[in-house]
Write a protein that binds this ligand. Sequence first.
Ligand code: PGA
Length: 248
Amino acid sequence: MAQKVIAGNWKMNLNLEQSLELIEHLNTKEFDEDVRIIVFPPALFVQPISSLIEGDFEIGVQNFSQNNNGAYTGEISITQSESVGVTVGLIGHSERRAYNSESNELLKAKVNHAVVNNFDFIFCCGEPLSIREAGKELTFVKKQLQESLFHLTANQINGGIIAYEPVWAIGTGVTASSVQAEDMHKNIREWLTEVYSTDVANSISILYGGSCDVSNAKELLGCPNVDGGLIGGASLKAEGFSTIIQSY
Ligand code: PGA
């Protein structure tokens, strides 16, 4: 069985004081030990947050460089991230693809760099609205996975995490229906079975992301092939984020 994961992607929101308040509030909550909980604050705040966190939360970075330390102005490396307590990084969020021109090829390099460094990652995929309207979402998402992820060996991908985030559902308040989410997740699981094996496919957590909040989390997370959520806006409020984690 794939591990249940709930991750909060804060994006470029909150200042330091608000970030610490959110963590202090989360510290007062109790969560099921079976759920892997990860927060992705702005990288600037990772260190103060990691000294404040009391529960079994992990801290992730929203992005990291495909290079080792060196002359890459504005970038952060895996080793730097690990040195302040980060255990996992996002790869290929649709906002990075759209605003930072991150191509499937570049994302493949990040995947490889993470694997070489034994650094956990959540690989994000998902189609824009025009592709969904044309009925080509399966082909589109499969290509993203084929070009950036499916070159890994079974050992390398085993136990990994994929997040399906339809672009049209991110930050829009329009969520995928549980039928749409389950359909894509089931297909991703089938592709993993074809490329690797049933065992590998079942070891990979496939998260849903895109306007997932307290009103729809139970239904989305209840789908057989949805192993968790990557939560944006709704992860910025401790009460709502806790309720989503407790939906399991
Ligand atoms: P949202 O964002 O929950 O605000 O739609 C999800 C994400 O982009 O990870």
